[in-house]
Write a protein that binds this ligand. Structure first.
Ligand SMILES: Nc1nc2c(ncn2[C@@H]2O[C@H](COP(=O)(O)OP(=O)(O)O)[C@@H](O)[C@H]2O)c(=O)[nH]1
Ligand SMILES: [Mg+2]
Ligand SMILES: [Zn+2]
Length: 309
């Protein structure tokens, strides 16, 4: 049988088989599947797995195989930054929820997330929530930020999960797709998910309360079915992905506007700091590349440790 992983609690997984039934599942013994990535979790939310019945009455399955992943998003382990953890796999797109006010999301945070999504080829849009709180001045700031990101190819939307503003358009964008939703705590992710799914995927929550064998409660990501079709993956407790698998010299390639401009730099290994005839620096001076984005580039560059990238 085939199943899709909806949630992981460490040793147990919750999955759905093609008939829509929800099960508990686990792997047998050591389960090593992907030799390319050494991650702390062999199976992630979004994985398509091959399962066999373990115990019908206990509603449990044994995971015996895993399909090749279309893609996946990785973060560094909160306990050890050299360890990688697969957040979710088989994503069609991702959304970063940000806010202009209460609290204001920094562009630096948005940019670090966008780099991760570029590394893993996951199309991403930026959704600003709490539109209802914005006065005229805030709206001007929003328009500036929106222009910066739309110019380089990231769609930007303004919604209010609480005032039900922009939600219909968002539903259209999510329809029939698997979307990872992330953002700082307090930006309104839970409120948005409750708006999108008025009657929550309760069956999954019920199974998660199932008190069989000792379970860990640390969950990293959880998938929910959308009423209109498609799934969203919530990332409670994930504060930041951390930039993984990027070397300093490659970083510019993950900023679309820097990647494009770099072709005009005099040196093809230009890092865009103080090299002569650097087209990127010139573009920053001319205002063709946003200064804030360039600052994000320089800041992320500083945090990359090439020995342990
Ligand atoms: N004004 C306003 N407040 C919102 C909106 N969406 C969420 N909130 C509030 O923001 C706070 C954090 O929301 P929550 O959904 O828990 O954020 P999460 O930490 O990202 O899951 C709560 O007090 C919500 O009521 C919105 O669209 N407008
Ligand atoms: Mg929440
Ligand atoms: Zn350059």
């Amino acid at each position: 049988m085939k199943a899709i992983i909806y949630k992981s609690t460490g040793s147990w997984y919750f999955c759905k088989t093609e008939d829509g039934r929800v099960w508990n599942a686990r792997t047998k013994g050591k389960f090593k599947i992907d030799k390319e990535i050494t991650s702390t979790n062999p199976i992630a939310v979004g994985d398509h797995v091959e399962v066999v019945l373990e115990d019908e009455l206990e509603n449990s399955l044994m995971i015996v195989g895993i399909d090749a992943r279309k893609n996946y998003l990785v973060r560094t382990s909160p306990h050890n930054k050299h360890q990688k953890h697969i957040v979710a796999s088989n994503l069609d797109q991702s959304i970063i929820i940000a806010t202009i006010k209460d609290p204001r999301t920094s562009m630096g945070f948005i940019d670090r997330y966008l780099v991760s999504c570029e590394v893993y080829h996951i199309p991403t849009m930026i959704v600003f929530n709490k539109a209802d709180l914005l006065d005229e001045e805030d709206m001007l700031y929003f328009e500036q930020v929106k222009a910066i990101y739309t110019d380089i190819g990231y769609p930007v939307y303004l919604i209010s999960a609480e005032a039900n503003q922009g939600i219909d358009q968002l539903k259209e964008l999510l329809k029939e797709k698997t979307t990872l939703i992330t953002g700082h705590s307090g930006v309104g992710k839970s409120t948005l998910i409750n708006t999108l799914i008025p009657v929550k995927d309760i069956r999954v929550s019920e199974v998660s309360d199932w008190s069989g064998k000792g379970m860990h409660t640390t969950t990293f990501a959880e998938m929910h079915d959308l009423p209109e079709g498609g799934q969203i993956i919530d990332t409670p407790g994930i504060r930041e992905l951390g930039i993984v698998n990027v070397k300093r010299a490659e970083l510019g390639g993950y900023f679309p506007e820097i990647r494009r401009k770099a072709q005009e730099c005099k040196y093809n290994n230009c890092l865009h700091f103080n090299e002569p005839q650097c087209a990127v620096l010139q573009a920053v001076r001319d205002g063709a590349i946003s200064e804030e984005r360039y600052v994000s580039y320089a800041k992320i560059y500083e945090t990359i440790d090439d020995k342990h990238y």
